[in-house]
Design a binder for this molecule. Sequence first.
Ligand SMILES: C[S@@+](CC[C@H](N)C(=O)[O-])C[C@H]1O[C@@H](n2cnc3c(N)ncnc32)[C@H](O)[C@@H]1O
Length: 297
Amino acid sequence: MQRPGILSDRHVSGLSVPPAVKQRVRAVVGERGWQTLRRTRRKVERRLAARSPQASKPIAKPGGVEAISDDLCKLARHYKTDKWGGHRYAQHYQRHLQHLKNERFNLLEIGIGGYSRAGQGGASLRMWKQFFPKAEIYGMDIQDKSFVDEDRITTFVGDQSDPDSLRAIAEKIGQLDVIIDDGSHRSPHVRTSFETLFPLLVDGGIYAVEDIQSSYWPEWMGSEDLNAPNTSMALLKGLADGLNYEEFVTEGYEPTYTDLNVVAVHFYHNLVIIEKGKNAEGTNKRRILKKRYGTAS
Ligand SMILES: C[S@@+](CC[C@H](N)C(=O)[O-])C[C@H]1O[C@@H](n2cnc3c(N)ncnc32)[C@H](O)[C@@H]1O
């Protein structure tokens, strides 16, 4: 069966090969060579499909897009963002953002898509707009993506590795309720964006970081060392410890901003979703650790 978004021989001009020729080539190159050729062909097909003017157009569905507006996985496929298919993120967003479905709020996504390709990108912003009928959707990208602007979608040009650029955009938006980092995926950039924007997120807000696999890749400014201190995963794993800061027994420990303002960190494959809120449930460590503290209080 043909996968959605992949063009068949009939659609990709110049790639159509008669069966007899295929058989002869297969006999000459052998089974391994044939499989390599097939993989290369699929890659070329995918690239051509992405470049075709059709690629940015939604797939028409019977009943229109309204029929799938409650299902983020289907919407992701419809608008062709890799949040479903390429990745498996849409299901997690569905769970963590469902409560905002009919709310008025602001969502900012870093990384609009299409990189420097003219007229490409905006898939996820369109998906968010459809899923959240009352939300204002904002996107920022290092490239100009203003062609994506329409009612309830506003784009900004900005560099997520530059705190001033991030702050200027945040100021223009006003209240930040949901922030999604799907930008450069370079650890230092992910960290700068989080450190700059998380304090600006509302209490009760959601901050998501996608594609954290790059945290393990030196080629993407990450590290193979799982304990390296400066990767995006190091930052995110630190938040998990911070959730329990009230249990730390280091004398004089001063809680950080995130210790005090992160109430949940959800780790999924290549995706982390952070919930902001007041983290102050209290501890019974003094009563339990009587020896260390001398008296129970
Ligand atoms: C993976 S794409 C975003 C895909 C889009 N969110 C979607 O789901 O359809 C990443 C985008 O991040 C942008 N980008 C790369 N480096 C950036 C930076 N330093 N600041 C802001 N955006 C950046 C790229 O231009 C590219 O368009």
